[in-house]
Design a protein around this ligand. Sequence first.
Ligand code: SF4
Length: 231
Amino acid sequence: MAGPGRKARSGGEDRKSQQARAARLSAALAQLYPEARISLDFTTPWQCLVATILSAQCTDERVNRTTPELFRRLPDVGAMAQAPLEEIQRLIQSTGFFRRKSQALKAAAGAILERYGGEVPARMEELLTLPGVGRKTANVLLGHVFNQPGLVVDTHVRRVSLRLGLTCEHDADEVEGDLQKLLPPGDWTPFSMRMILHGRRICHARAPRCPECLLYSDCRRVGVAGGKVHV
Ligand code: SF4
């Protein structure tokens, strides 16, 4: 792992200039998407956890159409832990992968009741002990519920970070580690929300709109330059 002053792992750019470029990109994203916020609907930590688990392989719009009835029928951790699996499956069926997600929700509710007194824990290490919770979900909770730095790496953040030359890793956890070294903790949550929006609106997976992209001058366009898209 490269340290300060040594060569960073992306494109031979040294760490200092990569940090400066990341700061410029972060500022440009803040101008582009000042409104950046999570698009899942929730009012409690538990509801945020549920909505984030349901959002795997599903659009946030569909999750937001599903959760009102789910939260009405099963409003809290206790209700979810006691509900028959079949009822949970029926309520979340439209979000896809509903068997796996139902098991995760019920098991997570049980674990929160058993180990954390019914309260969603507020630390990364504790969140990662919950069934169905990986670093992405834990970072959503940290950043959007517990007011702590949480750098969410979804498919958009991973792809755009690679293209920008802020990482050369493909694994989401490695990308998170690289971005954490480039940005101050206070930027982690808003930066990741803005990268998600940029991936959805401009830096599309198959056809990135580089000529109209306002990040163009600071983007390495890794895997994109030359007309063929590789990442
Ligand atoms: S310049 Fe192209 S590759 Fe770079 S962020 Fe913009 S759309 Fe994506």
